[in-house]
Design a protein around this ligand. Structure first.
Ligand SMILES: [Zn+2]
Length: 88
């Protein structure tokens, strides 16, 4: 399993990004899958970007392209067109 990023990879990527979320510039606390595993995205370093918890949750199981398209449509990072809206 040499292609699976481990903890060292995670730390290195976070350091490379200065622990900044790749999407909003906030504090990243994990690595997001740019293309989610459920969309066939690889569990590899070239499919990972640091993200804060909010962006990670907001993006959810969408690809980055889908997420950006939804943001353009709804004007909101968290809204999911076609999905039931959860009350705040
Ligand atoms: Zn963020």
């Amino acid at each position: 399993m040499s292609t699976t990023p481990g903890r060292a990879t995670r730390e290195r990527l976070l350091q490379t990004w200065n622990h900044q979320c790749a999407y909003c510039g906030g504090r990243a606390d994990h690595l997001d899958h740019v293309i989610p595993r459920s969309h066939g995205g690889a569990h590899r370093e070239d499919n990972r970007l640091p993200a804060c918890q909010m962006c990670g949750q907001a993006k959810g199981a969408r690809t980055l392209a889908q997420w950006l398209a939804d943001i353009a449509t709804t004007g909101s990072r968290t809204a999911r067109p076609g999905a039931p809206q959860t009350a705040a």
